[in-house]
Design a protein. Structure first.
Length: 238
């Protein structure tokens, strides 16, 4: 079974040992992994991310950095110096510019991604947070800011991917990365996600990568689950 590098498996598991065991089970069937805060915050979590990279995997460290500029710059530099393919920060201009400065100071090729609007948030949730815009409007504004700040891409739901791609192309950035969580294979439960789509729909809309966690790591046969999703990614969107 050939792995699809556009499929990023989220290692949303309770321990590093469980995550390592999952990677062993998936073997060559998966090339790309997301390591989130639960694992990164554990002793040895960052070392585990480096271990994956040493095994030839593409590693997405999902820190979602959000702090004053000096702290974000220092953290981004540290992550980039340690070795990381994709790094997330919140898509606020000061934060994004600081992350670019930190990455550039490290002289690394780490790609900086701006998190636009969490896929667990609905329009009603955004109103509760004080935003006048709906999710689509807020994503669009933050994508334009991300392009102005010179980062490499964004994280957005599949529902906004088409508009993000359109804005990036208009800005002369056809290489702009669009990483979409909230991706569920056909018939799967949405869980705590609100703005979801199937893998084929996400890619057809313009996503460059899809992030899938529970439908793979929670499956009794995770390798077969990953293979089914990779096959679904090759199908035309229904």
């Amino acid at each position: 079974m050939l792995a699809d590098p556009r499929l990023i498996v989220g290692l949303d598991l309770p321990s590093i040992d469980a995550a390592r065991a999952m990677v062993d089970r998936l073997a060559d069937g998966v090339e790309s992994y997301k390591v989130g805060l639960t694992l990164l915050a554990r002793p040895g979590g960052v070392a585990f991310a480096h271990e994956l990279r040493a095994r030839g995997k593409m590693v997405f460290q999902d820190w979602k950095l959000h702090d004053i500029g000096a702290q974000v710059e220092g953290a981004a530099r540290a992550v980039a110096e340690g070795g990381c393919d994709l790094l997330t920060v919140h898509a606020h201009p000061q934060v994004m510019r600081a992350a670019v400065n930190g990455r550039d100071a490290a002289g690394a090729d780490t790609k900086i991604l701006g998190v636009t609007v969490l896929t667990s948030l609905s329009d009603a949730d955004l109103a509760d947070l004080g935003h006048a815009e709906d999710a689509a409007g807020l994503v669009e504004r933050r994508v334009r800011q991300a392009l102005d700040c010179g980062i490499d891409g964004v994280v957005s739901s599949p529902l906004e991917a088409a508009r993000v791609r359109e804005i990036a192309v208009q800005a002369g950035r056809p290489d702009f990365l669009i990483v979409t969580p909230g991706v569920r294979p056909a018939g799967a439960d949405a869980g705590d996600q609100r703005r979801v789509a199937t893998p084929s729909r996400a890619l057809a809309a313009g996503a460059t990568h899809v992030v899938v966690a529970r439908p793979i790591v929670g499956d009794p046969s995770p390798l077969m689950a990953a293979a089914r999703i990779a096959a679904e990614m090759l199908q035309p969107a229904a």
